[in-house]
Design a binder for this molecule. Sequence first.
Ligand code: TRP
Length: 351
Amino acid sequence: MTPISTPGFAAALARSEAVTREVELRPERFRVLTGERPTGPLHLGHYFGSIAERARLQRLGVDVFLVLADYQVITDREGTGNIRENVHGAVLDYLAAGMDPEQTTIFTHSAVPALNQLLLPFLSLMSEAELHRNPTVKAELQASGRALSGLLLTYPVHQAADILFCGGNLVPVGKDNLPHVEATRLIARRFNERYEPIFREPEALLTRSPEVPGLDGRKMSKSYGNAIALGASADETAALIRGVATDSRREITFDPGARPGVSALLSTAALCTDRTPEEIAAEVGGGGSAALKALTTEAVNEFLAPHRERRARIAADPGTVREVLRRGNERANEIAEVTLDRVRSAMGMSY
Ligand code: TRP
């Protein structure tokens, strides 16, 4: 699913590189807002793709806001599934990965009414044609195999509310989410022109880390059953890796096109050991899939052991996650109410 056209992407990448340098020089100028849909457990793809980057930004001293976008779960599916478990699991992973609730505000859409209310004025700033043109919405519609819901069509505008309610000006995202940052900039600009200049236009920060392939060579995704959850046990991880479909050639080589399973194992082991897939292939040599699987299992379990230990320690007190969410939601509400007040008064709605 790569709906983004290349010329726009190259420009966004160049801009993102420039912003990366600016953040390192002046972290105090930035407020990060990013997040994810709690549709399943966070996995290794999230770790390398986004969580490590957020922890890095936090260490630089940037103010970080993380939304667990629970209302976005129902854009493309029926029902909320194991949403409570997914939200709690994500908070555990954030904390285990070093996100500090003193510096990072972790909140859920559904607990912040004033954020959601921003959707109404923002929707008035977009035409139906513009909503239909969003390439990621189109791709997600296709992938869902369902009729287009009103929420799927408008969720980029909801995402603009996530970003603008807290004055987020730096949005770390994968390229799928670039059109939403563009929509957010447009909405901020139009609101500022039509009423009063109260919103900053955010910048996208494209994740630089390599994409982690799923165990079958496709994108790592819970819905493909090819993802290694951060919170899985060492035994569950071993079983998942044992089940990867490889081939019968004993000589191990890195060739993602022709040997997706073997190559995905090599990529996974390489990321977890900070080596290259080719180096690992050479090391396994003629050892075959069994040796490669044993090596990969050890690499993943060793890499994740400290994370899993911290996660288990935090999970031992169920009050911790609830308290982090309570405080995060409280802070998000305070900020959202101030923003909504400014929006209403800019629109002449103070009675
Ligand atoms: N749409 C994002 C995803 O695909 C999740 C998300 C919701 C988000 N709100 C956001 C990302 C605001 C960045 C900024 O996972």
